[in-house]
Write a protein of this length. Structure first.
Length: 370
């Protein structure tokens, strides 16, 4: 047996002897639905209700979103997050235009080209470290404006928090919206994890408005699935001008749920008494707890302190497979042996403590074998 197979065996045995966390650190999508959401689904599952949104549950969800963002806003429920993004972009983009986004954006990397296919338009990716675009990068696109050989910058799509768990400050989003609007562009915000951003930026409705409706975001994708629903997202038209064609576009991009009451009932449970913010606070706190428990361990480093529910540690390469076999998480950038640890609304302190203990024990096996 070689030295390295010996140490892998020791790693596996060490981990197997430890209590594995009940929940994984793979994704917030790995969590189930919150019990209040399941109860709401059961409650909505009675008798007949009109389809396609003409039901009392959907009316209630629309009222909830108006109370969050203002009476003039419009919300439309959809099945999924990629669909929400495609629909939002399709209602904002005009012929001859492109969507400007970061090179880490979900719309650019993880939607199988759905936006390009549905929009028939280019996504122009701007280079970023953590997914955050800077106003100067938008300004630099002014050289394309009016050039008939260039797709015209039409929509800026930002993600809050970004795919790398970074948060834009209120001022940063305000500056991006101002720059985009001055260039005659519209602004879309991918809020698949908007609950986590809201929790991190103050945990109040005012905090939510501060980085969305107050600063000029035109349309946002409001995430429900990662926040505790079984499925379902909402497209929110903060600027109602763009809602005029939204219901037709929703159907065209296959995002019109016929039994919409089941998406709506889930949202009603999540939005009641700010449950969505409380659940995101829990997920964020568990990510911070995991960071605090592991940051000083020898052999691990982080680019940044987690701001929301994910962290991206760099760990010894030989640790990745045994550790993720013991408790699942995804690799991120294998060129740096960087992985992603993501918490969810149901991650507990015990899960985190067990996981951190496993990481510590595995690292000491590696160091004792050097
Ligand atoms: C930033 C972001 N946007 C959108 C989505 C929605 O994707 P889905 O279509 O899988 O719900 C995700 C899911 O991982 C995401 O991380």
């Amino acid at each position: 047996m070689t030295h390295s197979t010996h140490s892998i065996k020791a790693l596996v045995e060490t981990l197997q002897a430890m209590p594995a966390p009940e929940r994984t650190f793979a994704s917030d999508n790995s969590a189930g639905a919150h019990p209040a959401v399941m109860a709401a689904l059961a409650q909505a599952n009675q008798n007949h209700a009109l389809a396609y949104g003409s039901d009392p549950w959907t009316a209630q969800t629309q009222a909830h979103f108006k109370s969050l963002f203002g009476e003039h806003t419009e919300s439309l429920l959809v099945f999924g997050g990629s669909g929400a993004n495609v629909m939002a972009l399709a209602t904002l983009l005009q012929a001859g235009e492109c969507v400007v986004c970061s090179d880490k954006a979900h719309i650019a990397l993880d939607e199988t080209g759905a936006p390009e296919r549905a929009l028939g338009a280019k996504l122009l990716m701007l280079p970023t470290c953590d997914g955050k675009i800077k106003p100067e990068q938008l300004e630099a696109l002014k050289s394309m404006v009016g050039v008939q050989h260039s797709a015209q910058p039409g929509v800026l799509s930002i993600t809050q928090p970004t795919e790398l768990g970074a948060l834009y400050s209120v001022e940063e989003i305000a500056a991006l919206c101002d720059t985009a609007h001055a260039m005659d562009m519209r602004v879309h915000l991918d809020g698949a994890r908007i609950a986590n951003a809201t929790a991190a930026l103050g945990g109040t409705i005012n905090a939510l408005r501060a980085f969305t409706s107050d600063v000029g975001v035109d349309v946002l994708s409001f995430g429900g699935t990662k926040a505790g629903l079984m499925f379902g997202e909402a497209v929110i038209y903060l600027n109602p001008i763009y809602a005029r064609r939204a219901k037709y576009v929703r159907k065209q991009v296959n995002q019109l749920p016929s039994k919409m009451r089941f998406v709506a009932a889930q949202f009603n449970a999540l939005l009641t008494d700010n449950l969505w913010i409380q659940l995101a606070q829990q997920a964020n706190a568990m990510s911070r707890r995991l960071y605090d428990a592991t940051v000083s361990l020898k052999g691990i480093s982080f680019d940044a302190v987690p701001q929301v529910n994910s962290s991206f540690p760099i760990i010894p390469a030989q640790l990745i497979t045994p550790l993720s076999d013991w408790c699942m998480f995804w690799d991120w950038d294998m060129s740096r042996s960087q992985v992603r640890w993501m918490t969810a609304w149901d991650t507990t302190e015990v899960d985190v403590d067990h996981f951190a203990a496993g990481v510590e024990a595995a690292l000491s096996v590696i160091h004792s074998n050097i």
